[in-house]
Design a protein around this ligand. Structure first.
Ligand code: DOR
Length: 443
């Protein structure tokens, strides 16, 4: 099967050009092929831009155990609609993904249900070192240095030292200092005011934990990725990366701040918490300056009835995979960044961070994970149009200009203007460290 995508403005590593792209089976086989090239399908993409599929390196998809909030089928459809062709999922499911057996079980589930490519982190506990040492089919180890949703937590220095010293997979972490958070919780005991969430999970909590993790990474020479940076105060810590450290920011920490609590209430409750408008501005600047490399969604669905419980019974997290790319394309529309920068932050940088071979760029020999986007299309985000099982978005009512319209995964179209190719469920590729991070077709 050969597909020729014609007349799109194609975001290539060297810049954006109006060229044709030829796909054969799962690969991109030619850029600007000879005009007599034949294909089984010709896609006229005039007026659209072609970008590599987004790689979202931080999502929570809730299967197994919490499938009333989300499952791998609903989540991966939401990804395809949102332009995400590869996700890396976090271990705080029930049971949590802390053994190779549970990792294999998740991969098996995704092998029947996922419409897009997938990888699953293995979660650290104080005593699962041998699992972390022997795991291969995973992009890396996730440590909750501070507790969040679920029961994963590694707070003891001794356990953290062992994990950084005695494992080889890249490590990534949720950095909010447990002691600081617990002390602040006591100070605000009895509060029902959700804006106290940002006083409990405060700047000190974030900076202390990020500093602690970076110290471990430097001393042990261990590759480390800081998840969801939420404060300007963490940025100087990341600047001296010594080729070991990468980091990421999420849309809610770029676009929301504590002034939004009166409007959004507990929908805005996330871990790490949102901070000030000054933090928004300086995180955005750090992204533009390359001090933060990756933009990920931290898609963390909870149902509206769960979210609408009074604080602090309300859980932390918001969905993001359907809106992440559109929010950034909207920034292109307003002139705050370029489409090429968005492609770097959401496609190329995560591929580099996680050693994902032949993904994240439009180049010959790369996997045909591709997205057509319409930079001129304006549309309102609406709760009733969300495919995530939780059925809401914190951006409900906002009009964004720039939306994904058509998505290919491993050379096959999976989504086109509201229609899914469900025949492709379970046909995507999975992360396999044993093959040097290469993504095999199927399971
Ligand atoms: O807000 C969050 N929600 N932060 C996390 O670290 C976990 C996530 C979830 O799984 O709900």
């Amino acid at each position: 099967m050969k597909t020729l995508i014609k007349n799109a403005d194609v975001v290539l590593p060297s810049g954006t050009e109006r060229v044709s792209v030829l796909i054969e089976r799962e690969k991109i086989v030619a850029i600007d092929p000879a005009s007599h090239s034949v294909a089984d399908e010709v896609v006229n993409a005039a007026g659209l831009h072609l970008i590599p599929g987004v790689i979202d390196d931080q999502v929570h998809f809730r299967e197994p155990g919490l499938t009333h909030k989300e499952d791998l089928a609903s989540a991966s459809r939401a990804c395809a609609k949102g332009g995400i062709t590869t996700f890396l999922e976090m271990p705080n499911t029930i049971p949590s993904t802390t053994t190779r057996e549970r990792l294999a079980a998740k991969c098996e589930l995704a092998a029947t249900k996922s419409l897009v490519n997938y990888g699953f982190y293995i979660g650290a506990t104080p005593d699962n070192l041998s699992e972390l040492q022997l795991a291969t089919d995973t992009p890396g180890i996730k440590i909750f240095i501070g507790s969040s949703t679920g029961d994963l937590l590694v707070d003891s220095q001794e356990a953290l030292e062992r994990i950084f010293a005695e494992t080889t997979l890249p490590i990534t972490a949720h950095c909010e200092d447990e002691q600081t958070v617990q002390a602040n919780k006591s100070r605000f005991a009895g509060t029902n005011d959700v804006s106290d969430h940002s006083r409990i999970r405060d700047v000190t909590a974030a900076v202390t934990a990020t500093g602690r993790a970076l110290d471990l990474a430097y001393r042990h020479g261990h590759r480390f990725h800081v998840l969801h940076v939420s404060t300007a105060a963490e940025i100087p810590l990341l600047a001296d990366h010594r080729n070991l450290i990468t980091s990421e920011v999420c849309p809610h920490h770029l676009f929301f701040n504590t002034d939004d609590y009166p409007r959004l209430g507990t929908l805005l409750q996330t871990n790490p918490s949102v901070k000030s408008s000054d933090d928004n501005a300086r995180l955005w600047q750090a992204l533009l300056q390359g001090k933060i490399q990756v933009l990920a969604t931290d898609h963390a669905p909870h149902t509206l009835s769960e979210k609408n419980q009074p604080y602090p019974q309300s859980p932390s997290g918001m969905p993001g995979v359907e809106t992440g790319l559109a929010l950034m394309l909207n920034q292109v529309h307003t002139g705050k960044c370029t489409l090429e920068q968005v492609v770097y932050w959401m496609c190329e940088a995560p591929a580099r961070v996680w050693d994902i071979v032949e993904k994240g760029q439009i180049a010959v020999g790369y996997d045909a994970d591709l997205v057509l986007v319409d930079l001129n299309h304006s549309q309102q985000v609406r709760n009733d149009q969300q495919l995530t099982k939780c059925g809401w978005s914190a951006w409900h009512g906002e009009t964004l200009t720039g939306w994904p319209v058509r998505t290919w995964v491993m050379g096959h179209e999976v989504y086109r203007s509201g229609i899914f190719n469900t025949d492709r469920m379970g046909q995507a590729a999975r992360f396999d460290h044993a093959l040097g991070g290469y993504w095999k077709t199927g399971s």
